[in-house]
Unconditional design. Structure first.
Length: 207
């Protein structure tokens, strides 16, 4: 016996409940009811966002029950609301169905060809360019990675350049006198002067 699915209407448009996920959808328009309703009142859904049923009921597609959320936030919200049985089902499904199929595809000729194309694409787009170290002036070579080229010949030159140009500087409050002072964020300095530093060291010795 063929299963009959429920239907809902909005603006005289018929949406049929999908057995796979429970959402209501109009196949001709190619859109789910909750997305259609939200866009009717608010305009096009921003890229990277999804529409959430606030009460968790996919049959309640009233605009008051719909919320536009960033996709990752939406997934995390549903993940927190899963029961132990649902979590176990997802883990089992991934281990028994998803992962084996993914491994099978990657080992197939189609999968191998895809990997070869990705490697060739990255190699074609990594053009070696010549540059000059910003610190010591030494000639250097590096890959042009999406417009980002190598600027220093070594990590030592990079750090020296940052120190000399104050790029590592942060503002701290002296533990002794309470004055603000500037220091390198990678140095464990907590006082503004030698005098305050000596006072702090003396107080530690007394303890």
């Amino acid at each position: 016996m063929q299963q009959k699915y429920e239907a809902q209407y909005f603006n005289s448009i018929k949406f049929i409940q999908q057995g796979k996920n429970g959402y209501y959808k109009n196949q001709k328009l190619g859109i789910s009811m909750h997305r259609y309703v939200w866009e009717f009142y608010n305009g096009k859904i921003p890229k990277g966002y999804e529409i959430h049923h606030i009460d968790g009921n996919k049959s309640n597609n009233d605009i008051s029950n719909l919320q536009c959320l960033f996709a990752n936030e939406h997934k995390k919200l549903h993940g927190r609301n899963l029961t132990d049985e649902q979590r176990e089902w997802r883990r089992t499904n991934i281990n028994e169905n998803v992962r084996p199929k993914a491994i099978e595809w990657h080992k197939s000729e189609c999968g191998k060809q895809w990997h070869r194309e990705q490697v060739n694409f990255r190699q074609d787009n990594r053009r070696i360019v010549k540059g000059t170290c910003l610190q010591c002036g030494k000639e250097i070579y590096g890959y042009n990675n999406q417009g980002h080229t190598k600027k220093f010949c070594s990590g030592a030159c990079s750090q020296k350049y940052r120190r000399q140009n104050g790029l590592n500087n942060i503002t701290k409050i002296c533990e002794i006198c309470g004055k603000e002072f500037i220091t390198d964020k990678y140095r464990p300095k907590s006082t503004c002067s030698y005098k305050c530093g000596a006072t702090l060291a003396y107080s530690h010795r007394k303890k």
